[in-house]
Design a protein around this ligand. Sequence first.
Ligand SMILES: NC(=O)C1=CN([C@@H]2O[C@H](COP(=O)(O)OP(=O)(O)OC[C@H]3O[C@@H](n4cnc5c(N)ncnc54)[C@H](OP(=O)(O)O)[C@@H]3O)[C@@H](O)[C@H]2O)C=CC1
Ligand SMILES: O=C(O)[C@@H]1CCC=N1
Length: 269
Amino acid sequence: MHITFIGGGNMATALIGGLLAKDWSASQIRVVEVDAAARERLTGRFGVATTEAPEVDGSDTVLLAVKPQQMHEVARRLAGRLGSQLVLTIAAGIRLDDLARWLGGYQRLVRCMPNTPALVHCGVTGLYALPQVSREERQRAEAILGAVGRTVWLDREELLDAVTAVSGSGPAYVFYFMEALEEAASSLGLSREQARLLVVETFLGAASLARQSEEPLAALRARVTSKGGTTERAVAVLEEARLRDHIAQAVRAAHARSRELGDEFGKLG
Ligand SMILES: NC(=O)C1=CN([C@@H]2O[C@H](COP(=O)(O)OP(=O)(O)OC[C@H]3O[C@@H](n4cnc5c(N)ncnc54)[C@H](OP(=O)(O)O)[C@@H]3O)[C@@H](O)[C@H]2O)C=CC1
Ligand SMILES: O=C(O)[C@@H]1CCC=N1
């Protein structure tokens, strides 16, 4: 297997780091990246080949990892260069019909939505393939994204906008909550180091517990919440502030933005 990443930014870095820590070698990976400093960073960190020109020869898979705003230009430049490669796109919002049109009618396409914990093999990726993608190609897409975490196939492309809003953007929501908890811990007299350790281990522990359990999350929460105790008092404050509604609103805003990106760039010919 040989893969060419087009775009070598945050997400490509997370995926490449994850693949190399698995059973991939640097010689199986090439990165096309316009920014010279980014190319140097990738070569220095991972030892992968990098190039400015959009070369895809010798690769059986191409992974498009540029921003949605850059995808039309990248796909237009790639049109006609593809032979039989499987093309994976991870761009938020960009729909496969539009991408196929920009690629001159190329249909071997899978839309994926991974997340940055891929770097530490704790990613999760939603996938949707066009009907023209073969079983072997679907397995290949799953092997690549599955090397860096869990995978979930969707049977309707529009659900990728929901995946984007939940798990694509999700690590940022979690870090936001962690930052807030860390600041609160510091304000109560704990040192920065103590606060960070307590916060990170609490998230990791709670997530591990949730992963191992089949119970509803509310049941796990109930087990922390002693009657008349501290948690009950804290959760009452969160409920009073309607934090649950705010989270739902934030996720809906991300979902709307994903659809909006699709609409905005879908107009391009
Ligand atoms: N970050 C995340 O958590 C996630 C991101 N995604 C998706 O992944 C994609 C990439 O996101 P992210 O990694 O954060 O973005 P970045 O901006 O970090 O990475 C994109 C890189 O591609 C480079 N680039 C731009 N044009 C070209 C070109 N023509 N050829 C080659 N390289 C080019 C950019 O250079 P320059 O900066 O100079 O433009 C940049 O270095 C986006 O579409 C995003 O929606 C999906 C899941 C999660
Ligand atoms: O913020 C974004 O648009 C990208 C997609 C999901 C995570 N980062």
